[in-house]
Design a protein around this ligand. Structure first.
Ligand code: BDR
Ligand code: CA
Length: 312
């Protein structure tokens, strides 16, 4: 099977870390670049975390580039320290890594990578606020036709988390999200409706705790702290591990059912700013370029993650 080439735009963060581990340990994915964006923590912290995870997961040769330190129009008001801690990965141990970031900004790396590779071979996987992706689309509009697909974690068609109808990644930079969803590239929105099915249950954590590899040990630390914080901060008995769902879809689309539907991002509404307004009233028109993830094959999803960390 030909490897799926991906650029992962992230803000690690516990579940971003799981996404990176999954991509690093799965033989069917080739990570072309890791780009970072302020979100779960400040840009400086999430970039440092990305470099350290890359070192642990043997992605050291992959280009890492830092991107937007704040949203396009707004101040950065939402940093998810309640969930991810002051460092973005509190309670975990990672190897120190040299601060080796690409001199180009994230948007430029995204553009250069997509323009360099053959047409329709690169999948963009944004798992943080969409600032870098919007900037890249404006910087070089040809990437919109050239990319294979955008598979993003964000939004939700019937639920939000930071507000009744707004999910964290969209709410952080709704104007950027608006730009990204209005571009005509194929988008799969892996939103909360889907990721709330990806719970790290006790049996999953026990299985992972029995694996004796450095990545599995780190994953156990991640899931332990993520569980505690989700319980304390949101009252969840088991935490939804959002971001690796997008990677899992790229690896094996049969793990996630999707439905084509028009999606537009609201950025002005008094109560609905940050909402991904999804039209599920009737079958989508044939030219619809967006799809929403609806159903996860949960066991197969966790097996992918378990296999990935067994490998390293
Ligand atoms: C999203 O928000 C972040 O806190 C997580 O990393 C994930 O990308 C879930 O709403
Ligand atoms: Ca994230």
């Amino acid at each position: 099977m030909e490897k799926r080439k991906v650029i992962i735009d992230c803000d690690p963060g516990y579940d971003d870390a799981v996404a990176l581990l999954l991509a690093a340990g799965n033989p069917n994915i080739e990570v072309l670049a890791i780009t970072t964006v302020a979100g779960n923590q400040t840009l400086e912290k999430v970039t440092r975390n990305a470099l350290r995870i890359a070192k642990l997961a043997r992605l050291e040769e992959v280009t890492v580039a830092a991107g937007a330190a704040r949203p396009l129009l707004r101040d950065q008001v939402v940093v998810a320290a309640n969930i991810h801690g002051e460092s973005g990965l509190d309670g975990t141990t990672l190897p120190e890594a040299e601060y080796r970031v690409d001199p180009r900004c994230a948007a430029q790396v995204i553009v250069d990578t997509i323009m360099r590779e053959p047409e329709k071979t690169v999948t963009l996987v944004p798992i943080g606020p969409l600032t870098n992706i919007a900037l890249a689309a404006r910087l070089e509009p040809r990437i919109v036709d050239r990319v294979k697909e955008v598979v993003l974690m964000g939004g939700g068609y019937h639920i939000g988390n930071v507000k009744p109808m707004a999910e964290f990644n969209i709410e952080n930079d709704p104007e950027a999200a608006y730009i990204v969803f209005e571009e005509k590239w194929p988008i799969v929105m892996v939103g909360l409706d889907l990721t709330y099915q990806a719970l790290a249950t006790k049996d999953v954590k026990e299985k992972i705790a029995r694996i004796d590899t450095p990545c599995a040990q780190f994953l156990t630390q991640v899931l332990t702290r993520f569980s505690e914080n989700y319980k304390r901060s949101k009252g969840f008995d088991e935490p939804p591990v959002h971001d690796p769902c997008a990677i899992a879809y790229v690896i094996d689309p049969s793990i996630i059912q999707v439905r084509k539907a028009p999606v537009h991002v609201e950025y002005r509404g008094q109560f609905t700013s940050g909402m991904t307004v999804t039209d599920l009233r009737k079958p989508a028109p044939s030219d619809c370029h967006t799809a929403v993830a609806t159903h996860l094959a949960r066991e197969r999803f966790w097996n992918l993650i378990i296999e990935a960390v067994k490998n390293q």
